[in-house]
Design a protein around this ligand. Structure first.
Ligand SMILES: Nc1ncnc2c1ncn2[C@@H]1O[C@H](COP(=O)(O)OP(=O)(O)O)[C@@H](O)[C@H]1O
Ligand SMILES: [Mg+2]
Length: 297
């Protein structure tokens, strides 16, 4: 069953993928918000005064954060500080209580109508959200589908690709994550690290500009973390992707990220380049957190 959506009309033509650059995508300039800044000028993601509350609990507290094109940002902080919520509201899995988010120079949570910003329609949300991909701690693969079927599902259902196009794209991406020989395996026949790499390929199949990773190695045995981190390293160095990564792996954050943001109680209380952040943290709460992490290793 193929569900046609409003995205079909807006999706740029799909050029054949080359193995050299399976992430190549056409720029959907025709759907760019005419009131947004010129392409390339605006940050790729902008949180402006973003607040998220669950009842009386304020989880994100008037948060401001700008992420540049191709920037890799590591988000660290204690459990319950709002890190996953930050990614979830960006993925539009949860609505905001206040403030707004822009992606690629256009509002995500809002849209322009007659010169004023109004809450985004579902159609608008879907279109802007298609620029974002997310990978979760629990791989969330469809258990009754092979690696290949998992990877072609959304491009066919949401982007309206033919099975042939989606399959070509999926094979290239499964090869990119080192699983070309596992296309016909079901999740139960794959290790955790392999399942997580399928989940990464599946997110990439939508050709996002922004990738969100929420503790993607936390459920893996230590020896399987490495293979997933290597894939993320490759994506970071070989493809134009903006990345936000919630992680407890300080070593990886230090080596991979352009910037580290430290969350505490729904606010970023300290941020900076990894070298500076890890060697000379300024805030007492950051120092305390980094000490605790070090002792736990
Ligand atoms: N759907 C929800 N309903 C109520 N409270 C929630 C919900 N999701 C998260 N929270 C609460 O929001 C706070 C931040 O959660 P989360 O963003 O998951 O933290 P982190 O990822 O930093 O550990 C926690 O106190 C959590 O219990
Ligand atoms: Mg979390």
């Amino acid at each position: 069953m193929t569900v046609k959506t409003d995205l079909d009309a807006l999706t740029p033509p799909h050029s054949a993928l080359s193995v050299e650059n399976p992430m190549k995508r056409d720029d959907p300039a025709s759907v760019r918000d005419p009131q947004a800044g010129a392409p390339g000028e605006a940050p790729m993601v902008r949180f402006a005064g973003v607040t998220k509350r669950y009842g009386a609990l304020t989880v994100l507290d008037e948060l401001n954060l700008e992420i540049a094109r191709n920037e890799k940002v590591a988000i660290i902080g204690p459990s319950g500080s709002g890190k996953s919520t930050l990614l979830r509201v960006l993925m539009t899995l949860d609505p905001l209580t206040g403030g707004m988010i822009e992606v690629d120079g256009e509002p995500l949570t809002h849209m322009h109508r007659n010169g004023v910003l109004v809450p985004a329609s579902l159609k608008h949300l879907r279109r802007v959200r298609s620029k974002i991909g997310m990978v979760f701690q629990s791989f969330n693969l469809f258990p009754h589908m092979t690696a290949l079927a998992n990877t072609i599902e959304a491009p066919m259902q949401v982007l309206g690709l033919s099975r042939k196009e989606a399959t070509e794209r999926a094979r290239d991406l499964l090869s990119l994550v080192g699983l070309e020989d596992k296309c016909n395996h079901y999740p139960s026949q794959l290790s955790g690290g392999q399942q997580q790499r399928v989940a990464i390929a599946r997110a990439l199949a939508m050709r996002p500009k922004v990738m969100l990773f929420d503790e993607v190695t936390s459920a893996l045995d230590p020896e399987l973390c490495g293979e997933v981190l290597n894939v993320i390293r490759r994506l970071g160095s070989e493809h134009n992707l903006t990345m936000l990564m919630v992680t407890h792996q300080m070593g990886f954050a230090r080596e991979f990220a352009d910037r580290v943001c430290f969350f505490s109680q729904g606010k970023i209380i300290e941020q900076g380049p990894p070298q500076q952040f890890f060697s000379a943290p300024q805030h007492e709460r950051t120092q305390q957190f980094l000490r605790a992490v070090k002792e736990a290793v």
